[in-house]
Design a binder for this molecule. Sequence first.
Ligand code: UD1
Length: 421
Amino acid sequence: MYALVATKSNNLNGNIKLKGAKNSILPILAACVLTKEDVLITNCPVLSDIIDMLKIISSVGGKVNFYNGNVEVCCKNINPSQIDKSLMKKIRSSIFILGPLLSRCGEAEISLPGGCEIGARPIDLHLDGLRSLGVKISQSVCGENSVVRCKGKPVGGVVRLKYPSVGATENLMMAGALSSGTTAIYGAALEPEIVDLATFLNNIGARVYGAGTSLIIVEGKTSLHGARFRPITDRIIAGTYIAAVAVAKGDVFIEGAVGDHLDSVLHKFRSAGVIIEESASGLRVKMSRQLKAVKQTVTLPYPGFPTDLQPLFVAAMSVANGESVVTETLFENRFRYVYQLGQMGADIILDGENTAIIRGKELSASSVFAQDLRGGAALTVAALAAEGESIIYGVEHIDRGYENIENDLTSIGANVMRVFA
Ligand code: UD1
């Protein structure tokens, strides 16, 4: 078990280079099941979620090799019945394998990914969408497992998503890639990771049109081929380090960050007084004064403010001058870290289940427990603004999405180290 020890840090300075986005890489890896040929994904961070996805691909017969940020995948022979159901249960993103397996093999049996730290996370939109594409689905409870059996190769059809779910949109795009007809997804999610998956699918020979709009069309092909692909950079990690500079001040260049992917986030941090300069090679983030409170922020599907950066923004607002209000509309358990921030002295009142009222003040160090990925990152950022030495336990949650958060932060002068605890 590891913990992070962090002390108040001033004037961060230097350069952080972003790697590929976890939320792009996970569906792209699952999509490798669609082709018998070799695929190479570059610039991949070593994250536990990515390693678990590779194990799932191996369990159905894929050959995987992860070295120096490159992931090689070859899915020449696939046997969907061998899928490792315990891993399916363990990671939420395992659901991404369903669409590709059905498209390639016409059958799949999975264990239902459970709810997770941030909410119940049902998969009804994934399953209803697959039914609309001609897949027969039955569910049964077997001991502690809820098993979903899917039969039939998708034949195309029209799906109308009642909510722009990122994962359901991605699963249905992949399900349509090798189908015998055309798939139309109305109400599709618009996230940059959706566009990246479409670009990858088209690179391996699929025909996906309209990604980045609310109507995506996928014309099924009979086979797909190999490719080499570099995913987009991680906009959530970029936002995390913007929050770090916002609270600790300084002048940091986030290399590879794409301003267009972060419009709503840049707007909010700029309203709080952070200077952010956009260029083709990244974002320069400068801060020299105390943060100003931002009256109202609401998380929404893209291009709205991302739920994944809500904890980071609340951490920043907890040291801002004045009162901020942040409302979470996507996940019901996304304020659990607030109690831990309170241990550092933050003045945050939860109004109902989904609104936080934050009155900015000085923080003081404390021992705190990360309970989920972004909540853990938020505690780490808050610790950079807290007087004294904080200890953040539960680093395994943070490691799901940050390759080595302490290395990135120390490289720009923050006082953070990993200890065995
Ligand atoms: C993805 C991201 C996650 C991010 C989220 C929202 C990945 C690996 N993860 O998760 O980091 O926080 O988008 O931007 O890309 N819903 C249903 N039924 C479904 C599917 C979703 O009710 O079948 C609900 C969810 O409970 C949630 C909302 O829709 O309230 C959004 O979820 P969704 O967009 O599907 O998120 P994920 O794809 O799981």
